[in-house]
Design a protein around this ligand. Structure first.
Ligand SMILES: NC(=O)c1ccc[n+]([C@@H]2O[C@H](COP(=O)([O-])OP(=O)(O)OC[C@H]3O[C@@H](n4cnc5c(N)ncnc54)[C@H](O)[C@@H]3O)[C@@H](O)[C@H]2O)c1
Length: 250
């Protein structure tokens, strides 16, 4: 097995399950030293940590709500101390709340944008604070194709994901050339987030429009993140890459 990320120090948020779990495992399998954050799902976090330690015995996890500034500062500090530095941060933690605009309370809007957008801002800021003092790094934000497509009954989610694209381009300009900042925008991917409780039957049916004829697997998103974190992605910044089976083509 090749290990193009040998010794690269990585923090992945939302690493306990789904896409973040696949990213953590893919990066560790490529030789990276991985710390992941999670919130509230201890069992999944323990299972992922066990799998991660097959690649990297020193891997560890930190529970922190990414919408809370003090918790993010503490998580970033623990990750940087435990890893001995930080080369790559993957802002993956996210939540989805499906409701029509007229049924969306201000609190629900704040909860979704708080995790997805404010969380990306807070974690990105702490990572970049460290990277600017230590020679640079990579920031990889997980957006969504819904950030540019929009979707009925997903105001907060779509707005938060569009905002992540804007943060990506802003940071890419502000911190060039030493910090490369990119985003990955998945289409529908087979995780808990797409469970029946958050996505209506009608919307699931629409997924059959995907040219490649299926929804994605978390590992397919992780492969793009691994590339963007790796030694070949040296002339790429400010970009958002779709991993979506052709569900949107821009
Ligand atoms: N699954 C999809 O179809 C899809 C499509 C496009 C984009 N995405 C994005 O990919 C990312 C991962 O999604 P997923 O499908 O794996 O979701 P998931 O629900 O399976 O996992 C979410 C992860 O985020 C963490 N998390 C939730 N709230 C948190 C908080 N307040 N603080 C810190 N961590 C928190 C959870 O612990 C978990 O590890 C999200 O940003 C999501 O918006 C997913």
């Amino acid at each position: 097995m090749t290990t193009p990320l040998q010794g690269v120090r990585v923090l992945v948020t939302g690493g306990s399950r789904g896409i973040g779990r696949a990213i953590s495992l893919a990066l560790a399998a490529a030789g990276a030293k991985v710390v992941f954050g999670y919130y509230g799902d201890d069992e999944a976090a323990a299972a992922t940590l066990k799998a991660l330690r097959m690649h990297d015995a020193s891997a560890f996890a930190v529970e922190a709500d990414v919408s809370q500034e003090a918790q993010v500062v503490a998580m970033a500090g623990q990750a940087i101390e435990g890893l001995g530095g930080l080369d790559v941060v993957v802002n993956n933690a996210g939540i989805l709340h499906e409701a029509g605009l007229l049924e969306t309370s201000a609190d629900a809007f704040d909860a979704v944008t708080g995790v997805n957008l404010r969380g990306t801002f807070l974690v990105g800021r702490e990572a970049i604070r460290h990277m600017t003092r230590h020679g640079g790094g990579r920031v990889i934000n997980i957006a969504s194709d819904l950030g540019y497509l929009g979707r009925a009954r997903n105001s907060a989610y779509c707005a938060s994901k569009a905002g992540i694209g804007a943060l990506t381009r802003t940071w890419a300009r502000e911190f060039a050339p030493h910090i490369l900042v990119n985003a990955v925008a998945p289409g529908p991917v087979d995780t808990d987030m797409l469970g029946a409780d958050v996505m209506s039957e009608a919307q699931r049916e629409k997924e059959s429009d995907i040219p490649l004829g299926r929804i994605g697997r978390p590992e397919e998103v992780a492969a793009m993140v691994r590339f963007l974190a790796g030694p070949e992605a040296t002339f790429i910044t400010g970009q958002t890459y779709g991993v979506n089976g052709g569900s949107s083509m821009i």
